[in-house]
Design a protein around this ligand. Structure first.
Ligand SMILES: *Cc1c(COP(=O)(O)O)cnc(C)c1O
Length: 710
């Protein structure tokens, strides 16, 4: 298993350098003197993939449907603005020499240049990237991909008809383009070209179904041929104002990017700064090579020979930019590799996918999964879990509170979110604002919710024997009353089983009784002429032990996390679910404690002999139950059991490693999960701690950082 940072690929990083060199080729025409058609292919077709590739790369790493906040976008905007400022200063002397500041209408020109055309020829890329990222982000987060593609695709067409298809632009668009060209020289700048590529990059990051290497390779080759044909055609028809974009360019860029993504491996971080630096300085290198050629009387060799000129510019650009990039990479604060420095949780993403598929395979066809992600997704991390499940296609969610629902919505998940618990009616507007579905827990509650004055979707909960929340099953009058309320729309009816964990005679009888009562209530509603919406009755155990009771949704929590309530349980259906979560902590120090000493807070514990004790920097504030104290629980270290010594403290605990001589500071101890041949499962830890898996998991501290495994 590999640690996943951001899903990138070394090929993406390295291709940035190639792309920067392709841009240099556009500005030096390396094959001009050798083969005109080769030159056309290189600089008017192939090299045109470079800028879209840069945009897609930034989109891939910055823009996403799923985000906790806007931090990634802001960081990108700040970095781009800083680069723009530095590059502008770098080219200031050249601009001054060219008489930039003595032109008429300078103020207007300045605004145009800063926003759209770039403060120097090629620098248009930077403001376009800043705008493109912001537009793509807003569209994807606020409206989702179909709309984002439609809008940015339309902008892309505006760019196309102002560029290589200019001659084919509809007559009616004439005034529009005159207006556009008053604000910018070319339609590649500003809002027209970049957003589409940012959306494409983001889509490739967010999807679970990227094209395979084969499909990408074929797609790339075919679209490249098509693009060459298109370029030749617009040239022959005399349409082209420029050769920057083509109708086939988005598809060709997409397949190229997808193809590069199929190369797995570690990131090559220096390449990204080096490529950007190369891009920024290459025009300076062109100026320098020309100046040197003039000074040395080598114009014929260094400039007229276009291939040598190109190579000289590349060499000089690299010589100037690579050391700068190396210094920049050194100065840059290293992204802390410390998420595994103290204590952390690990999520096995393939296990999560497997569990969802395994449960799905057992469900009847008209039944779907409602993923229960309350309590920080049972301590697994609600953001990470809901993002992965949404990418897998889960479209129904259950949470306990309105705040959990709002958080889930802000992460970018699709579909309905059901709040299982009580929400104060005065917060009804928040339910509405975040498009949450509220559970109706009693008739009186429904009336109060209705009088809050906002239209809401609700699921009606019926109490069939649990006697916790819900309208009594035999009070059809009350249940029907909820349907009659003006502002509440009942989009589901459900109940909760109280004994479905067990299969003994009494539990079975109780469960079947609840089901009978539920059906009787539904019949009662139907007899009153009400259209009964989708119903649900089972949680994980209800489904695994009583699959014949399945209805519209299975509300599964434990099942998707791949654990049961207690160890060695058997269920009627027993898909071999895989645990998703591991919890680990680093050994902070190992010490020898002589016989008869205490360890930790002054309890009765005394070492029975000389012991070696390892201190783990994790405690009950992280969710390690205090009831594991004093030898009740253990952790795994080097694949062996190390019993807990003394009391588990808030932030520390001690384990006995006398029999694990190789234990040393920095070792990863497993508090839950697999270590070598040994597994310490969540149900086992829960049983040792005298509780059930749900309680153990849901109390896992928010203090633990999360590491994902692909
Ligand atoms: C928590 C909860 C579930 C999920 O139960 P699991 O046993 O984790 O599958 C289902 N329904 C309701 C009403 C719940 O509160």
């Amino acid at each position: 298993m590999k640690r996943r940072e951001d899903g990138g690929s070394p090929a993406i990083d390295l291709f940035r350098l190639a792309a920067a060199i392709l841009v240099t080729a556009i500005h030096t025409s390396p094959l001009a003197a050798l083969t005109p058609i080769g030159e056309f292919f290189l600089t008017s077709v192939l090299a045109r993939l470079a800028v879209p590739f840069f945009f897609m790369t930034s989109g891939f790493f910055t823009v996403t449907r799923y985000a906790r906040d806007r931090r990634a976008l802001w960081a990108f905007e700040k970095r781009t603005a800083l680069m723009y400022l530095l590059a502008t200063l770098l080219y200031l002397p050249v601009n001054i020499r060219n008489g930039y500041f003595s032109r008429p209408g300078l103020a207007w020109e300045l605004i145009r240049d800063i926003l759209f055309d770039g403060t120097f020829y090629h620098l248009w890329y930077l403001p376009a990237a800043a705008l493109g990222a912001a537009i793509a982000w807003a569209l994807i987060r606020k409206t989702d991909y179909p709309c984002a593609f439609a809008v940015t695709g339309a902008l892309g067409l505006v760019c196309l008809f102002g560029d290589s298809w200019f001659g084919a632009a509809p007559q009616a668009a004439g005034p529009f383009y005159s207006a556009v060209f008053r604000v910018m020289d070319r339609t590649r700048g500003g809002v027209f070209m970049a957003p589409l590529y940012f959306v494409l990059g983001a889509a490739l990051r967010d999807t679970k179904r990227r094209p395979s290497r084969r499909v990408s390779a074929w797609g790339f080759m075919v679209t490249l041929v098509l693009m060459t044909g298109e370029a030749l055609t617009v040239a022959a028809l005399g349409w082209a104002r420029y050769y920057t974009v083509y109708l086939t360019l988005p598809a060709c860029s997409f397949f190229l990017f997808a193809l590069l993504l199929t190369v797995r491996g570690g990131r090559v971080r220096w390449a990204r700064s080096a490529a950007l630096a190369l891009y920024i300085v290459h025009p300076l290198a062109i100026i320098a090579v020309r100046a040197a050629a003039r000074a040395l009387g080598l114009w014929g060799t260094l400039v007229d020979n276009s291939a040598v000129h190109f190579l000289a510019v590349c060499a000089l650009s690299a010589a100037a930019s690579f050391p700068a990039a190396a210094i920049f990479e050194r100065l840059r604060p290293k992204r802390a590799p410390s998420s595994t420095g103290r204590a952390w949780r690990e999520l096995d993403i393939p296990a999560l996918e497997y569990n969802v598929r395994a449960l799905g395979a057992l469900m009847p066809p008209d039944c779907s999964l409602m993923a229960v992600v309350k309590a920080n997704a049972y301590g697994h991390g609600d953001f990470e879990v809901s993002r992965e499940l949404d990418r897998l296609g889960v479209r129904a969610w259950a949470v306990a509170t309105v705040d959990e629902g709002a958080a889930l919505r802000s992460f970018g998940v699709h579909g309905q979110i059901l709040v299982l618990g009580y929400t104060p009616p005065e917060r009804a507007w928040e339910l509405r604002r975040h498009r949450l579905t509220q559970t109706v827990i009693s008739e009186e509650y429904a009336k109060r919710l209705d009088s809050a004055g906002v239209k809401l979707r609700v699921h009606l909960k019926l109490d069939t024997g649990m006697h916790r929340l819900g309208v009594p099953w035999d009070d059809i009058q009350a249940a029907a009353g909820v349907f009659a309320l003006k502002r509440l729309r009942v989009t589901g009816v459900y109940t909760h089983l109280s004994c479905s964990e067990l299969r003994d005679g009494n539990s079975r009888e109780e469960t079947l009784k609840q089901d009978r009562r539920f059906r009787a209530a539904l019949r009662g509603l139907e007899e009153r002429g009400l259209a009964v919406p989708p119903c649900h009755i089972q949680s994980t155990y209800g489904f695994l032990n009583y699959p014949e009771l399945s209805r519209g949704f299975i509300r599964a929590g434990l099942g998707i996390y791949g654990v049961l309530s207690s160890p060695d349980e058997s269920t009627t259906l027993s898909p071999d679910l895989r645990p998703v979560l591991s919890v680990r902590a680093r050994v902070a120090l190992v010490r020898s404690v002589p016989e008869g000493e205490g360890v930790g807070y002054g309890g009765p514990f005394r070492t029975p002999g000389a012991r070696r004790i390892a201190i783990l920097p994790v405690g009950y504030a992280d969710g390690v139950p205090r009831t594991l104290s004093g030898g009740t629980g253990y952790v795994l270290l080097h694949g062996r059991k190390a019993p807990v010594v003394g009391a588990v403290c808030m932030d520390q605990m001690a384990v006995d490693v006398t029999d694990i001589p190789e234990a040393a500071p920095g070792d990863a101890a497993t508090l839950m999960g697999r270590d070598g041949e040994e597994t310490l499962s969540a149900p086992t830890v829960a049983a040792l701690a005298g509780t059930i898996t749900n309680e153990l998991l849901s109390r896992l501290g928010a203090r633990l950082p999360t590491v994902l495994h692909d």
